[in-house]
Design a protein around this ligand. Structure first.
Ligand code: ADP
Length: 270
């Protein structure tokens, strides 16, 4: 329908105009197809745990379960509920990121506090199963939205913890590069990701191994959130990974958003 309407509009104009308008239609069709895919994906992601929950409710109401069985079913129901909560929470985060203006470059985040907090969360999540290396005090500040940067780094660390087998090594690093830009880096020596998947990793709901992702509480939206946060801060996400060797995710923030402040100490307000 969009195409037919445009044919009427472009009559009488040169070929150049026709080309521009038809490109516009293609772009709009692509956006519409993406939106449809997204809605289908969300529906599927919500329907699966709901189906499982419905089954458990039936089991609990129709069978005479022992106390131990009842507790087990409740635990499984809790897991499915938690899965839907994570999904809704990630969807809301994405919607907020897409709908709000780019953050101003005049709100300075105390990076030491942020790194200490995500580091503590990662330690708790790993529960001693990995060898975690965290950065020392950096006395650095980053201009942006603290909650967003926190969510980006937390997503990367929680991926590293979830995908790296027990005994593996995970490192969180920060450095200011020669050109003044700031690099936050999360690396692991986990399973790595095959080269053909790398270009699609930040797409919404793209997973290399769907069951592994879901079993460990993944929503398939984490890297998409990370990419959005970086874009909004004028930065870039660089992913390097080798199958069997590990992965490295670099968040690079532009020099204008990075500064050193020797007065900073953990616990001090920026
Ligand atoms: P998910 O919630 O599935 O983890 P993400 O968007 O965070 O979604 O990641 C997309 C996919 O990238 C994951 O499903 C996983 O296959 C792969 N991946 C992400 N981080 C790592 C990692 N550190 N090691 C191996 N694979 C990873």
């Amino acid at each position: 329908r969009g195409r037919a309407t445009l044919q009427v509009i472009v009559r009488g104009y040169g070929e150049g105009m026709r080309l521009v308008l038809s490109l516009d239609v293609t772009e709009r069709e692509r956006a519409e197809a993406m939106r449809r895919d997204f809605v289908a994906n969300v529906s599927h992601e919500i329907r699966t745990p709901l189906t499982v929950l419905a089954g458990f409710i039936e089991t609990m109401s129709s069978l005479n379960l022992t106390e131990a069985e009842r507790r087990r079913v409740l635990q499984l129901m809790g897991q499915q509920t938690h899965r839907m909560q994570s999904l809704v929470s990630d969807l809301l985060t994405l919607a907020q990121l897409e709908g709000s203006p780019r953050p101003a470059a005049d709100q300075w985040i105390n990076l030491d506090k942020l790194l200490a907090r995500v580091g503590a969360d990662a330690l708790a999540l790993s529960a001693g199963r990995h060898q975690l290396t965290l950065p020392g005090e950096q006395h650095a500040e980053l201009a942006g939205v603290e909650a967003e940067v926190l969510s980006a780094v937390s997503n990367l660390l929680s991926n590293a913890v979830r995908y790296t087998p027990e005994g593996g090594a995970i490192t969180l690093g920060w450095r200011i590069q020669a050109d003044g830009s700031g690099e936050l880096c999360v690396s692991d020596n986990g399973p790595g990701i095959a080269r053909e998947h790398l270009p699609r990793l930040t797409e919404r709901f793209y997973r290399v191994d769907g069951s592994r992702s879901r079993d460990t509480g993944g929503t398939g939206l984490g890297l998409s959130i990370v990419k959005h946060v970086l874009q909004r801060h004028g930065g870039e996400l660089d992913i390097q990974s080798e199958l069997g060797a590990g992965s490295r995710f670099r968040l690079v923030f532009p020099a204008a958003r990075v500064r050193l402040n020797d007065d900073l100490a953990i616990g001090a307000e920026a």
